[in-house]
Design a protein around this ligand. Structure first.
Ligand SMILES: [Fe+2]
Length: 402
C-alpha cells in the first residue's frame, strides 16, 4: 500500500511539475508579461553585473564556481547577464554550457535578465531567438523575447517594485545591442529599439505619475563614450586611440567624473542611432552598464548619464584573467536618484578568512583559490607599477575609485 501511495504521489508530482513548467514557459513568450522584481526587505536592490563569460571547455568549471561563490557572498537580488555567454561548436554544447551557468542561479533562486553580445549567435549554429527560448527554460530567467517588432532579440524592461508595496519604484532596461553592421563594424541599438524605449519610458511616467529612474544594461557601449573622454594630441600611458579613427587619442578627462580604470580602447558601434541622446532627453537613466571590452572597468559621466563598462566575468587559468571579475550595483528604494557601485576583481576575491573556509570545507576548491591568489599577485603588482609610473611621469590620475 505504501509503495502504491508513493507511486501515485510521484506521478502527481511529475504532472504538477510539468503543468507548472509549461505555464511558466508559455508566459515567457508574451512581451506584456514582464516579470517584475522588488526591492529587498532592507530597501536595497543588489544588482550583480555578469558579462562576457565566454564559457569554454577550459574555463567553464572554474568560472561557474567563482560566479556561484560571488553570489553567495554578495547575495544579489538580480543578476544582469549581458552577452558573449557560451562559446561552442554545436547547439548541444551551447545548451550544456548555458545549463551549467544557469544552474548557479537556479539553485540560489536569483532572477537573471539576459541579453546577447556580438559573439552569441555569430557562429550561425543558433539564432538569438532560440538562445533566448533556451535561457527561458530555466526557472531563474526573467528575460523576454521581444518578438519581431524590434531589431534583434532581448530588448525589454524589468520594473522594480517597492519592498512593501506593488508600486513601480525603479526600472532596469535591457537592450540587444546587436553584433555587426553590414560593413563589419560593431552594431548598435537600432532606431526602432530607441523608439520603443521612448514610448515605454513615457508610458511608465504616465502610469506612475512621475519619471521612473532607471539603469540600462546591454553588451556594446554607446559611441558617446568618446565624448565623455578627453581628446588629446599624443598617445601615451593609458591614452588610447579611437577604435575607428586611429589619429584621435583619448584619456580620462581630469575635470570630469571618472570611475575605475581605462585599460583598452572602448569598442562602440560605428553608426549611432540615437539611443544615448534619447535617454538624455527623457532624463530617466542614471547609468548605462556594458561589457564587450573585457579589461575595462571604468565609467565616465557625460550629459548627466554614467557610461560604465564592466569586466569579463570569467577565469581562464592565466595571470591576465585574474584581473577579471564582476560588478555590484546597489540602489536604495528611498533614494533612487543615485546608486553605488563596486568592482570585484578575482585577484582580490580570496582573503585569508575565505581561504580558511575553503580549506576546512575540503571540497577541492582551495587549490583554485590559491592559484588565483598567486597568479593574481603578479597581475595586480604589474598593474599597480604601471599606474604608479604613468601617474608619476604625466601627473595625470589614471585610476579612480570604482
Ligand atoms: Fe566578449
Amino acid at each position: 500500500m505504501k509503495t502504491l501511495l508513493k507511486r501515485i504521489t510521484a506521478v502527481l508530482a511529475v504532472v504538477a511539475i510539468l503543468f507548472n513548467f509549461s505555464v511558466f514557459v508559455s508566459a515567457k513568450k508574451d512581451i506584456t508579461t514582464a516579470e517584475a522584481i522588488r526591492f529587498n526587505s532592507d530597501g536595497k536592490l543588489r544588482i550583480m553585473h555578469v558579462t562576457d563569460t565566454h564559457l569554454s571547455e577550459e574555463n567553464i568549471y572554474d568560472s561557474t564556481w567563482l560566479i556561484g561563490e560571488a553570489c553567495d557572498r554578495e547575495k544579489p537580488d538580480v543578476v544582469m547577464l549581458t552577452g558573449d555567454i557560451a562559446m561552442a561548436n554545436t547547439v548541444e554544447e551551447t545548451f550544456r554550457k548555458i545549463d551549467l551557468l544557469m544552474k548557479v542561479f537556479d539553485e540560489r533562486k536569483i532572477p537573471v535578465a539576459v541579453c546577447f553580445g556580438n559573439h552569441d549567435s555569430e557562429s550561425g549554429i543558433i539564432s538569438r531567438e532560440d538562445l533566448m527560448a533556451y535561457f527561458n527554460r530555466h526557472e531563474s530567467s526573467i528575460s523576454i523575447d521581444d518578438g519581431d517588432a524590434l531589431t534583434g532579440c532581448g530588448t525589454y524592461n524589468v520594473p522594480v517594485l517597492g519592498s512593501e508595496d506593488d508600486e513601480v519604484k525603479f526600472n532596469l532596461w535591457v537592450f540587444d545591442s546587436g553584433d555587426y553592421d553590414n560593413e563589419g563594424h560593431y552594431a548598435n541599438v537600432s532606431e526602432n529599439q530607441v523608439e520603443w524605449y521612448v514610448q515605454k519610458s513615457k508610458l511608465l511616467e504616465q502610469e506612475n505619475g512621475e519619471k521612473i529612474n532607471s539603469l540600462v544594461f546591454q553588451h556594446i557601449i554607446v559611441p558617446e563614450v568618446y565624448d565623455g573622454l578627453k581628446q588629446v594630441k599624443y598617445k601615451g600611458g593609458y591614452t588610447f586611440s579611437h577604435i575607428y579613427d586611429k589619429s584621435k587619442h583619448y584619456q580620462f578627462d581630469q575635470n570630469a567624473v571618472n570611475y575605475g580604470f581605462l585599460h583598452e580602447y572602448p569598442c562602440p558601434g560605428y553608426y549611432n542611432h540615437g539611443q544615448f541622446e534619447a535617454m538624455v532627453e527623457r532624463g530617466d537613466v542614471l547609468a548605462m552598464f556594458t561589457g564587450h571590452d573585457h579589461s575595462n572597468a571604468f565609467g565616465v559621466r557625460y550629459k548627466g548619464i554614467d557610461i560604465v563598462n564592466s569586466l569579463s566575468t570569467r577565469y581562464n587559468g592565466d595571470v591576465a584573467s585574474t584581473k577579471y571579475g564582476y560588478r555590484m550595483i546597489i540602489v536604495d528604494e528611498n533614494d533612487t536618484d543615485t546608486y553605488t557601485t563596486k568592482v570585484v576583481h578575482w585577484y582580490d576575491f580570496f582573503k585569508n578568512a575565505d581561504m580558511k573556509v575553503l580549506r576546512d570545507s575540503d571540497d577541492g576548491h582551495i587549490k583554485l583559490a590559491r592559484e588565483i591568489r598567486f597568479k593574481g599577485f603578479f597581475e595586480k603588482a604589474g598593474l599597480n607599477i604601471g599606474v604608479f609610473f604613468v601617474q608619476m611621469f604625466t601627473g595625470r590620475t589614471v585610476r579612480y575609485p570604482d
